[in-house]
Write a protein that binds this ligand. Structure first.
Ligand SMILES: C[S@@+](CC[C@H](N)C(=O)[O-])C[C@H]1O[C@@H](n2cnc3c(N)ncnc32)[C@H](O)[C@@H]1O
Length: 225
């Protein structure tokens, strides 16, 4: 079984790491751009984000992708990250709420209240049990027809990626803190069958792989989002 950081260890790490998180953009941005392109955000009404970090994605979507009436509810368990995200979205404070979670893998909205759920580079640091709980809770939090959008570290493609992934996994096994608690995952395998996958892609940048997964909640009473 893979050893992951406890909630308190992850909180302590990201409280220290803070704004340095945004330096990861060199390998994250292409995958996040791909996610954003597959979420039909132009008609979103309420977006919820789990593990929002510095609020970089929230600020970007509020500024340029979401309609003016759309609300954004973001959560993170790190007080440092919540402070940074609140500062960053201050200009949109009537539409955007940033809350501090206690580590519980739960989307920060009432049942069926969101029509888009997002989480980028967070599942890869959660335990298997927490990933399963977060994806189970997504069904509760999402309105029928809504979209769940995730990005996670994964095993990339090509020889360089095999080397980089091997080194990363070794570092994670020796001490997960060295890599911010994150390890390459195969996220698609955690998603229950009842979801309808609408987009699934692996992007590799300098050997680091990112898995982009978008899935729709389609059930008996579902209308298209
Ligand atoms: C690698 S950072 C990614 C931040 C941001 N989503 C991004 O893509 O830049 C992981 C974030 O998840 C948060 N996090 C980790 N475990 C969490 C949990 N159990 N509940 C809420 N947030 C968590 C951390 O505090 C940190 O801000």
């Amino acid at each position: 079984m893979v050893r992951t950081l406890s909630h308190s260890q992850a909180r302590a790490f990201y409280d220290r790491f803070g704004a340095k998180q945004d330096l990861q953009g060199w390998y994250e941005d292409a995958a996040v751009d791909d996610l954003v392109a597959h979420l039909s955000l132009g008609d979103a009404r309420h977006v919820a984000e789990f593990g929002c970090g510095t609020g970089r994605l929230a600020a970007r979507l509020l500024a340029s992708q979401l309609p003016p009436w759309a609300r954004y509810t973001a959560a993170d368990q790190s007080a440092t990250m919540v402070g940074l995200a609140r500062d960053r979205t201050r200009g949109d404070s009537t539409r955007c709420q940033v809350t501090q979670g206690d580590g519980t893998p739960r989307w920060p909205v009432d049942d069926g209240a969101a029509d888009r759920l997002l989480s980028t580079y967070v599942t890869d640091l959660l335990s298997d049990e927490d990933i399963t709980a977060l994806l189970t809770d997504a069904w509760r939090a999402l309105a029928p027809g809504g979209l769940l959008g995730l990005v996670s570290l994964t095993r990339g493609e090509g020889v360089l990626s095999r080397v980089v992934t091997g080194l990363w996994e070794t570092a994670h096994r020796l001490n997960p803190v060295w890599v911010g608690g994150c390890r390459p995952l195969a996220l698609r395998g955690y998603l229950p069958d009842r979801w309808t996958v609408t987009h699934h892609r692996v992007l590799t940048v300098l050997g680091l792989g990112s898995e982009v997964l978008v899935a729709r909640k389609v059930d008996a009473g579902s209308a298209a989002a």
